[in-house]
Design a protein around this ligand. Sequence first.
Ligand code: ATP
Length: 310
Amino acid sequence: MTGQTAPAAPPVGVSVDVPAKINPHLGVGDARADGYHALSTVYQAISLHDTVTAEPREEPGIEITISGEGAGELPTDEGNLAHKAAKLVALYAGIKPAVKLHLNKRIPVAGGLAGGSADAAGALVACARLWEVAIGDAELHRLAAGLGSDVPFCLKGGTAIGTGRGEELTPVQAKGSWNWVVATTDTQISTPECYKEVDRLREDGIGRYSSDVGPIVTAFEQGADADALARLLVNDMEAAAVSLRPQLASLMHGGLEEGALAAHVSGSGPTVLFLATDVKHAVALARRIRMRGGARSVHLAHGPVAGPAA
Ligand code: ATP
């Protein structure tokens, strides 16, 4: 015996990776009476991801720390979707929450990649595992849908058709993998701001609802090559995002000049996705887009990937 105290045991934590989502097809209907827009979308989860870690906390409470994208800028209290998610799991289990959540964020904030929804999905899964809560798929989906339209998809990942507000999911068995260059920008666009602009443009007769997801779903199911997929990408929010942040047009144009098969605004923007032929093409394309300037950061990603509750 040396009289030294044994080193403290490492805290027992649960870590889950949660992918960002993209919408290779995003059809936006006119505003409904309840203020929501009907969506007809195809989601795909990509390899760009956040990591959510849940560790036990001695005192009751939900403590959030954040590193990476948005650290120091995002709320760490009830305003954070991960906080709301942890509270919901505790409520479901009938326990007092006592957890330290760490969000290691790589998904840009307010970038149209559902980073907040991904963290909420990650917190649902991590807290349920940490507290050993027996929760079925349907219940998990219900809790997720209560947190936001994109949260159910972030749980599952893969490829799926989303209808309703996007939360009603039908899985798509995609055969293959597609390579993207993800270019983030210095600006942010809030989703409500972008919907408002869609409505304004529609009043001026600009844009219409692309409700038919059939062609792109078939392309994913048949493992279409990237050239064919490039011709099928749709985003009814793209014109609105570009109208709000006109600098997106030059970023998109630049990527196309560098050889991207397509330039596609991600969700409500302002992140721009460039489709590449294969990994080698994506690496070269990312380098050329970086060298041109105009993007805050440039990442390589492939999809589809599985979510934490696939
Ligand atoms: P969406 O299309 O779902 O709005 P987005 O990618 O455009 O997604 P998010 O990164 O999800 O945007 O962030 C939207 C807003 O949500 C942020 O500006 C922030 O105020 C709030 N938010 C709450 N929790 C988080 C979180 N954990 N990560 C990011 N944003 C969060």
